[in-house]
Structures are given as C-alpha cells and as structure tokens.
Design a protein around this ligand. Structure first.
Ligand code: FMN
Length: 378
C-alpha cells in the first residue's frame, strides 16, 4: 500500500484485482470515449499561479456542501454496481467516507441496498434517484431513503435513456453478467475478489430485487433494467419528486447553461455539472470546460457542484477556483475500492486531500474557502 501514491496507482492495482468485465465497466465511456478523456485532459490545460513568501501555516480544507460540514469539498459520486468492484463495496465506501468526513452518495443501481448501507453507518448518507417508468417503485424508493434518514436526494437527469459503452457489450456485461468461459476464467485468476464475493450474500441490485413489481430474481431483473429508465422524464417531474422527498435536493447531470437556469428555478438546493463521467453523450464538452459559464449564469441562485475527470487534489482546487462549491469523485474511489476495499477508498481520499492541501499552500492560500479565479493563469 505504501507505494500507492496516486489515483493512477490505485487504478493499476484495481486492474490486477478486479475481473476485467467489472474493471472495464468503471474504466469506460460512451462510444469513442472522447468526453470521458476530455474530462481528465481539460484539467491539465488549466495552470495554477505559484506564489511565494506568504504565510502558509495553519491551513484548512473544511467547508460545507448544501449546508453540511465536510472535511474537504469532495463527495463520493453515485456509482452503479459498486459492490461488484469489491464485495459489499457500497457499505465499505460509505464507512470510509463517513470516517473521512465527506458525503457518500448511494446509487439506485447499487448492489448493497439503502438499508444495508444504513445498517453499517452512523451519519446520514445521500441517495441518488433514477426515475423509472414504474412510479410506485420510485415513490417507494424515496420513502425508503427517508426512512433511512438520508440527508439529501440526488436526482439524476442525464440518463433518461442509456448510451452505449462498447466495452460492456464486448465483455457480456448485463444484469446478470454473462458467465461465459472467458469471464469465468478471468474471475478464477483473481482469487481475492472471488473469495470476497463468495463470502457475501450481496450480489444483485438489492434496491430493486424484491421491491420492484415482477422482479423477484436475477432473470427478471435483466429485462426490467433494460426497459425501466423513463425517457419522458421532464421538469414537471422534478416538482413532484421534490414535494414527495421534502428534504435537500440536488439535481445531477446539468451541462448546459440553459438547463442550469431552468434547474435554478426548481427550488433545488444544488446542481451537479456532470456528463455522467463521459458515459452518456459522447462528444459533449468536459464538465470543467463548462463550469465557469454555468457559475456565471446561476452561481448567485443555486449552489453549483461538479464532477467528471477529477484525478487529483489539484483538479479539485481548479474546480473550486472556477466557482464550484463542491466536487465529486467516481472512478477514483472505485479504483481504491477495487485495489484494497475500504482501506483503498480511504487511501484515494487521503491522496486527494494531501494534493489539495499542498497545492493550496503553494498557491499562497491557507483556507479552501478563499480560493478563486485569481489563482489561475487566464
Ligand atoms: C462505474 C460507474 C457507474 C456509475 N453509475 C452511476 C449511477 O448509478 N448514477 C449516477 O447518477 N451516476 C453514475 N455514474 C456517474 C458518476 O456519478 C459521476 O458522474 C462520474 O463518475 C464522475 O466522473 P469520474 O468518474 O471521472 O469522477 C457512474 C459512473 C461510473 C464510473
């Protein structure tokens, strides 16, 4: 573990430990993956101003996201099938986030259920909602998240319809995964992962199976997930969801300033600028490329968060300088989880915290709440 120094080190370790179909599921974008790549590459184009001979002592990364205290403004993004990167993955990642003092967001498409995660955590976590055609199921999910005392609902807007990731098709990744001979051999040569999976009962989408109408087993799950995302989701739906939920609401998946302006009128507490980690509209701009114009459009009306492509504390700092109040990491924590379970998620957060803290100092600032565009070359 001591030589795992960067998020990329965690990625390479996860590649060795996690079966290819699940590693590829994380490390992939839609079609040509151009937006997936741009998310990371565009951060590299932003340059920081080095400052010297200013007091760099007593630094603070503490901040708030939607009014909640965070030890640094970096939350764990909702990611589906996290429990396939490592047995009980969502429960472990939620515990790591809780101990670190940052929010954990549980996906609708998680392996561990809302109740599983609630049973191993003490503080409230956030729940991400996909709106399905089956509205009774959606209402029930909202009520379950309330019963589990989730402190925010993250409503994902950019997956009314599923784009295609070629790697998943080639690997036979479906719900349930196709257990072809190559897939079985690939799993067998990763005994650590296999023993973990054999030691848990959590191997299917536990928010869904046994809860959605007609989904009692793995076979029925496949057709249900393929058909259920609601292509008619509209701004009107945001209103009834907001009312039913009644708590803090975050709208995820905004990439255009006109949509941001509409989102700001809904009464939601925050938006997440996101292209789903490059997994939906290939050819869309990176999140960091549109952040500034969206903050200029709605930054005084609604809290603006962003995700996509963050691979270091420096990336976090750049997003904050351009006006984000909070950021999220998806793949970085998944790679940590795949590499070393809960310890790996903690390590991913520690790597980012250390880079963020040192970069803040080298830019001549002491408090993360004081950062701004003046710290960047323009
Ligand atoms: C493997 C994987 C699964 C994802 N599943 C979901 C999901 O279930 N719900 C959701 O809103 N976003 C999902 N996302 C998108 C993430 O929430 C987030 O927007 C994205 O990962 C951020 O980019 P990054 O991975 O470069 O940090 C997923 C992303 C990945 C990589």
């Amino acid at each position: 573990m001591s030589m795992l120094l960067t998020i990329d080190d965690l990625k390479q370790q996860a590649r060795r430990r996690v079966p290819k179909m699940f590693f590829d599921y994380a490390d992939s974008g839609a079609w040509t993956e151009s937006t997936y790549r741009a998310n990371e590459e565009d951060f590299g184009k932003i340059k920081l101003r080095q400052r010297v001979l200013v007091d760099m002592d007593n630094r603070s990364l503490a901040s708030t996201m939607i009014g909640e205290d965070v030890s640094m403004p970096v939350a764990l993004a909702p990611t589906g099938s996290t429990g396939m990167q490592h047995a009980d993955g969502e429960m472990l990642a939620a515990q790591a986030a809780e101990e670190f003092g940052v929010p954990f967001t549980l996906s609708t498409m998680s392996i561990c259920s809302i109740e599983d995660v609630a049973s191993v955590t003490k503080k409230p976590f956030w729940f991400q909602l996909y709106v399905m055609r089956d509205k009774d199921f959606v209402l029930n999910l909202i009520d379950r998240a309330k019963a589990a005392k989730c402190s925010a609902l993250v409503l994902t807007l950019d997956l009314q319809i599923l784009a295609q990731r070629h790697k998943d098709v080639r690997n036979g990744l479906s719900a349930p995964p196709k257990l072809t001979l190559p897939n079985l051999i690939d799993m067998a040569i990763r005994p650590g992962w296999c023993f973990g999976m054999l030691g848990t009962k959590r191997r299917t989408f536990r928010n869904i199976v046994g809860h959605a109408k007609g989904v009692g087993d793995l076979a029925s799950l496949s057709s249900w997930t393929n058909e259920q995302f609601d292509p008619r989701l509209s701004w009107d739906d945001v209103e009834w969801i907001r009312q039913r939920w009644g708590g803090k609401l975050i709208l995820k998946g905004i990439l255009d300033k006109e949509d941001a302006a509409l989102a700001a009128k809904t009464g939601a507490d925050a938006i997440i600028i996101s292209n789903h980690g490059g997994r939906q509209l290939d050819g869309a701009p990176s999140s960091i490329a549109v952040l500034e114009q969206i903050v200029d459009t709605v930054g005084d009306k609604i809290e603006v968060h962003m995700d996509g492509g963050i691979r270091s504390g420096q990336d976090v700092l750049k997003a904050l300088c351009l006006g984000a109040k909070g950021t999220y990491i998806g793949r970085p924590f998944l790679y940590g989880l795949g590499a070393a379970g809960k310890k790996g998620v903690t390590l991913a957060l520690e790597i980012i915290r250390k880079e963020l803290d040192l970069t803040l100092a080298l830019c001549g600032k002491r408090d993360i709440k004081d950062v701004g565009k003046d710290m960047l070359y323009r």
